[in-house]
Design a protein around this ligand. Structure first.
Ligand code: AMP
Ligand code: MN
Ligand code: MN
Ligand code: MN
Length: 285
């Protein structure tokens, strides 16, 4: 086992988390996290705040983001770690990826209105911390608020997903572009939570090999949405594809997330941790 409590995946109110970067940093520190990264969806705006807060707490920090990608008709997430947070091409790529979220959100609200849920756009907007980043999570919080569902997990079972009310297909960044933006900004690209995608075995193989060809170097093995079986499967795929392994809770909110910051099993000993390749990118207090 690699007994470093690294948590390299979580969200602040700058994307779809509920806590400010400074509050998350303090929470990470209190939970014993030893290396931290804030990975807001398609956004870098929280990076300087997270880095400063981590430094003030004596918490080593890696820059982070989570890029939304469309691959084989599915949404796939690519985490970037250890890049230059002021890189303009990465910032422009993410800005293009964010574009279209508002229009998509208006269409989601129209679709929800067809099943009798009115005012969902305005309702979701109340939960948005960054107007450029309205996401399904904000709609989920509104549906819970009005009593349409008990919790956000139930929302994603009954609404907002393919074939359900409020789902609007969307085209995100291309896999090669997302990887290139991260790599050219000096970072490492990581396949986020591979166990969550509805890909066939052939499509999953294609994801890993295309990712690697584009310059991707790591995969999340231990993450909040993986089962113990997933840890074993993706540790073995990391070895098969010569990828480094990452670990992150994907924490969004104390009320909604079942995995708290830093509260994950350690990476298994047979993989090589992604942080071994990022030593010179770690911001040490
Ligand atoms: P979006 O980027 O607007 O498509 O929203 C995606 C976000 O919705 C993810 O980052 C998660 O935070 C959340 N989400 C998606 N599926 C689920 C699920 N099954 N359960 C809980 N949250 C989910
Ligand atoms: Mn999210
Ligand atoms: Mn994700
Ligand atoms: Mn995430």
């Amino acid at each position: 086992m690699h007994t470093l409590n690294a948590d390299l995946h979580c969200h602040s109110s700058i994307s779809d988390g509920t806590l400010a970067p400074e509050v998350l940093a303090a929470h990470a520190k209190a939970n014993g996290v030893e290396l931290w990264a804030l990975t807001d969806h398609d956004e870098l705006r929280g990076q300087h705040r997270a880095r400063a807060a981590a430094a003030a707490l004596g918490l080593p920090y890696l820059t982070g983001t989570e890029v939304s990608v469309t691959f084989a008709g599915e949404t796939v997430h690519i985490v970037g770690l250890g890049f230059d947070p002021d890189d303009t091409r990465l910032a422009e790529g993410l800005a293009r990826t964010r574009g279209g979220r508002e229009l998509r959100a208006r269409e989601m609200a129209e679709d929800l209105a067809r099943v009798g849920i009115k005012g969902a756009f305005e309702g979701a907007l109340k939960y948005v911390g960054n107007p450029d980043l309205i996401s399904r999570t904000h709609f989920a919080r509104y549906l819970v608020e009005i009593g349409a569902c008990r919790d956000t997990q139930e929302v994603f079972r009954r609404y907002l997903t393919e074939g359900k009310p409020g789902y609007v297909p969307h085209r995100w960044a291309a896999l090669g572009d997302a990887v290139r933006w991260i790599v050219e900004a000096g970072g490492i690209a990581v396949i986020a939570h591979p166990g969550r995608y509805k890909l066939t075995p052939n499509q999953e193989y294609a994801l890993f090999s295309d990712f690697k060809e584009h310059g991707g170097r790591a995969v999340e093995v231990v993450t909040g949405s993986h089962t113990a079986q997933d840890y074993v499967k993706y540790a073995s795929m990391a070895r098969e594809f010569g990828l480094l392994a990452s670990r992150g809770s994907d924490f969004h909110s104390p009320e909604e997330s079942h995995t708290d910051l830093g509260a994950l099993p350690y990476l298994p000993g047979e993989v090589q941790p992604v942080w071994t390749a990022l030593q010179e990118r770690v911001l040490r207090p």
